[in-house]
Each structure stands twice: as structure tokens, then as C-alpha cells.
Design a protein around this ligand. Structure first.
Ligand code: PLP
Length: 342
């Protein structure tokens, strides 16, 4: 596919901003080029190319470093992708519904119309719904999310959507590490209109550091590097992320804890009278339908337990993520007591 034709002409024509020190090797450089203060620990601007972090991620993910771009969370990458491909007020963004709110949020900020593709009762995107709403439209980006937030399930037929969309397909895999299913990374060498988003915010436990990844062809990566703020990730955050990425055993241990707790919670929740349905989840949260979702939400809040209100758009549902075993026990005990109160 010719990807260049999807790129906004002004972005294609732009010369990237480069910081010489990040692109060339100097021995004992005298840094008088960036109006920095010569004193201090954090007096220098961070590496705008985030070379060390990308190399580490390339090793972990087993993908070339030039197929990775980093953002201040995947949120920033969603914003940048819309900026790169959509002419404001003209090109549309297609999103599945229900899904992560930030795709529509950034599209609206950008002035791009949003086309909503309604998921079916199993929270899958039917091929007919996809084709009828995206063909012969000016949709330039399709955002898929798998496992999907807030439903928790993985999407089927992803390859079909990539093959049949005349534009860029973004598969957001923020929860991929919790899922036994394969990543769309496996499709990368087949489709150059594909972008995969992953993040260190979920399974890696680094939401506070704000580090998200876009994984795509070197051409799409070069476009993201061109439009991002040069110093979008701070030196401290790069350093802290490298530290955690080097503690692979700790990551595996915590991931297993969450998955074990998830199985336990599935059983405990299903035993509650007030729970009508727990939707299948490949993520670190459950979408749960309650007999009295509104009252349940409010009562939990009174006990300082925060859950995510998904009704009325998903009737009767709250999204609840897996906490520590103490937090999970407290939730279950509180829900048990509520059953008698409601
Ligand atoms: C599907 C999905 N994508 C992206 C994000 C945001 O990730 P980040 O913290 O990297 O911005 C979230 C956060 O909840 C999410 O659910």
C-alpha cells in the first residue's frame, strides 16, 4: 500500500527538528548548543531519540529499534497519529464503540469527525458493520483495541480489517501482556498500514512514568519522530523505565500475581447474588453487570472503593480492575454486605 498518500502534505514536506548531539558521536563534548545551565544533575535535555530505551524494548519485544516510537504515554501517540494523517475538519477517524475514550477525544480536539462502529452483543466488530461504515468515506485512521477497554475481550478478524481499510489501522494492545492471544506485531511485515500501540502503564506497572510505544514500519516511525515534541520523555522517566525493564523477574512475578488474583476474583464475583454477568476478559479488569449497578457504584464509593461507571452506555455495567489481594477481598466483602442493604 502506498502510505505516503495518507500523510498530510504539510507533514510530509516538513524538515524534522534534530538535535545534533543525539545523532552524532562526540568524544567528551563541550555542550554549548542548547542554552542549558552547566551545573546540576538534570541540567541537560534528555536524548530526543530515546536510543537506550528503544534498544531495550527492541530486545524485549524482538522487533527492530527503528520500528519503535515512544510517546508520553500511548495517549500522546494517539494524538500524534491523528495529527500526521488527518486533515482537520475533513478526514475522519473510525473507532469501535464501546472502546477507549481517548481516540474520539483527540479526534474531537483535532477537529476530525468520528465514525462509530458499533460492536455486536459479543463485543466483536461485524464485517458488515465495518464495511458499511468505512468504505467510500474519508476515514483515514481506524482505531481497534484488543483486548478492548472497557469490554475486556480480544477482537477477532483483525487481519480482515487491516486488509480492507483504505488508511491506517491502529491496533491498541495496552493490555496484551495479560492476554494469551497473539499480538498484531506478527502481522507487521505483511501490512505497512498497521500501527500497534503498547504501553508500560499496565503490565509493567509504570503508569506514572508515561511511556507508550508505537510499533510500525520505519516510514511511519519516522513520521512520528518528525512531529513529536523533541524532548517528550524526561531523562528521569527514561532512567526509571530502564531500571524496571531490567528487572524482568519482578515484572513476571507481579504479572502472575495479577493473573492469579484475576482467576480468584472471577470465581468470587460470580458467587455474588448481585452479579448478573461477568464478561470474558483477556485484560486486568472485568466488565461486570450488576442487578443494581447505580446503587452498587454509589455504595462502593461510600466505602471509598472507586470503580469505573460504564452504564448507561453499557447497561448495568461497572468496570473493575484487579487490585492487590487485600483490596480484592475488601471489594468482595463490601459487595457481600451491599447485597443485604440494597
Ligand atoms: C486501551 C488503552 N490504550 C491506551 C491507554 C493509555 O495508555 P498510556 O498510559 O500509555 O497513555 C489506556 C489506559 O487506560 C487504555 O485502556
Amino acid at each position: 500500500m502506498n502510505i505516503e498518500k495518507f500523510v498530510r502534505p504539510n507533514i510530509l514536506a516538513m524538515t524534522p527538528y534534530t538535535s545534533l548531539r543525539d545523532y552524532a558521536e562526540f568524544s567528551k563534548p563541550v555542550l554549548l548548543d542548547a542554552n542549558e545551565n552547566p551545573y546540576g544533575i538534570y541540567n541537560r535535555y534528555p536524548d530526543s531519540t530515546q536510543k537506550r530505551l528503544k534498544e531495550k524494548l527492541s530486545e524485549i519485544k524482538n522487533i527492530p529499534a527503528d520500528c519503535i516510537a515512544l510517546g508520553n504515554g500511548s495517549d500522546e501517540l494517539i494524538d500524534l497519529l491523528i495529527k500526521i494523517f488527518c486533515i482537520p475538519g475533513k478526514d475522519a477517524v473510525a473507532v469501535i464503540n464501546p472502546s477507549f475514550a481517548m481516540y474520539s477525544f483527540y479526534a474531537e480536539v483535532h477537529g476530525s469527525p468520528v465514525i462509530k462502529l458499533q460492536l455486536d452483543e459479543d463485543f466483536q466488530l461485524a464485517k458488515e458493520e465495518f464495511l458499511s461504515k468505512t468504505q467510500h468515506t474519508n476515514a483515514k485512521i481506524l482505531f481497534l483495541c484488543s483486548p478492548n477497554n472497557p469490554t475486556g475481550n480480544s477482537l477477532e478478524n483483525i487481519e480482515f480489517f487491516i486488509e480492507n481499510f483504505d488508511g491506517i489501522v491502529v491496533v491498541d494492545e495496552a493490555y496484551t501482556e495479560f492476554s494469551p492471544n497473539i499480538s498484531a506485531i506478527d502481522y507487521l511485515n505483511r501490512y505497512n498500514n498497521l500501527v500497534i500501540l503498547q504501553t508500560l502503564s499496565k503490565a509493567w506497572g509504570l503508569a506514572g512514568l508515561r511511556i507508550g510505544m508505537a510499533i510500525a514500519s520505519p516510514f511511519i516511525i519516522s513520521l512520528i519522530s518528525k512531529v513529536k515534541s523533541p524532548y517528550n520523555i524526561s531523562s528521569v522517566n527514561i532512567q526509571m523505565a530502564l531500571m524496571q525493564l531490567n528487572s524482568y523477574d519482578d515484572y513476571r512475578f507481579k504479572l502472575n500475581e495479577i493473573l492469579t488474583e484475576k482467576s480468584r476474583m472471577q470465581k468470587k464475583l460470580s458467587e455474588l447474588e448481585t452479579v448478573v454477568k461477568i464478561y470474558p476478559s483477556q485484560a486486568n479488569f472485568f466488565l461486570v453487570e450488576f442487578a443494581e449497578a447505580g446503587k452498587t457504584y454509589e455504595k462502593l464509593l461510600e466505602k471509598n472503593i472507586l470503580t469505573s461507571k460504564r452504564f448507561p452506555s453499557i447497561p448495568g455495567c461497572l468496570r473493575i480492575n484487579i487490585g492487590t489481594s487485600e483490596e480484592n477481598d475488601f471489594l468482595i466483602e463490601t459487595l457481600k454486605n451491599l447485597t443485604t442493604e440494597i
